[in-house]
Design a protein around this ligand. Sequence first.
Ligand SMILES: N[C@@H](CCC(=O)N[C@@H](CS)C(=O)NCC(=O)O)C(=O)O
Length: 302
Amino acid sequence: MTIVSTVIIQASRFRLNVIRIPFAKRLLIPCRKCANTLPAPRKGAVKSIVFSLSRAAFAAFAWLSPRYIQIMSYVLHYAPDNASLVVRLVLEELRLPYRTELVDRSIGAQHSKAYKNVNPVGRIPALETPDGPIFETAAICLWLADRHRDAAQLSPGANDPKRGPFLSWLFFLSNTVHAEMRSLFYPSLLVGPDPTTQFAVSSRIQNSLSVHLDLLDARDGNTLGNFSICDLYLAVLLRWPALYPVAADRQWFDLSRWPNLQALAQKVEARDSARAAAKAEGLGPTPFSNPQPATPPEGSAL
Ligand SMILES: N[C@@H](CCC(=O)N[C@@H](CS)C(=O)NCC(=O)O)C(=O)O
């Protein structure tokens, strides 16, 4: 033991004093101190090695913990089967650790002062990140995809020729398709309480959405690059018109009218990410191609 300790101490001295490898230096400074003051190698050698090892362990912890803490600090503010589902799919695709915070829609928690600290607009979702909270579904998904390109490439890179078309379709999904669906699901927000006016505006939105879905069905899949956040977003947008508004005629929407979109829905729901999200939010086995009303373990969709 004594011989081994002495060899280690001498080796440390050599590395520290002659080669001066910065990393070794940081880890072994106590060792050098001990070694310089040792009356005999035997006495402090074990202590020195233990000290060095604990310092190494501490250095490893200090190096790893900010990364761990950084990732674990993702908090998804969600409600089942809400737009937060798109973000959950992206987090799952990227295999990122995150925790969820339910926004209780039954008491209108999205309008609370506390929630507006993370989403000033008072809509779901919001994602807390080490850089602060982010809101708007597309913004969150794009931020995650760009930040974690090492985990999976869910967005073409900034210099990829497919970046432009990808952004165009992403913004189209968010600004046009999603926004029009929102008006279809909550017509009163647009035209007030009169049912006749609501019916008229809903019919117009249904026609408009049908045209958008025709376009999306006919789009050249290659323009979007490989599988991307657009596919995840679109799959969720294909789910909702089959279920909402609950008390309205939804005959206009029949996914078999758009075979490429139907295939996309089936492709997405077969992925591990979709299975995990469906389990977490009670969405059933075919959440996108043949959606059933959500039966979530907590919270409510509306
Ligand atoms: N543009 C927003 C729309 C989000 C949105 O409409 N969220 C709905 C749930 S799917 C919501 O918060 N509804 C409750 C409300 O508006 O009070 C986004 O993409 O994040």
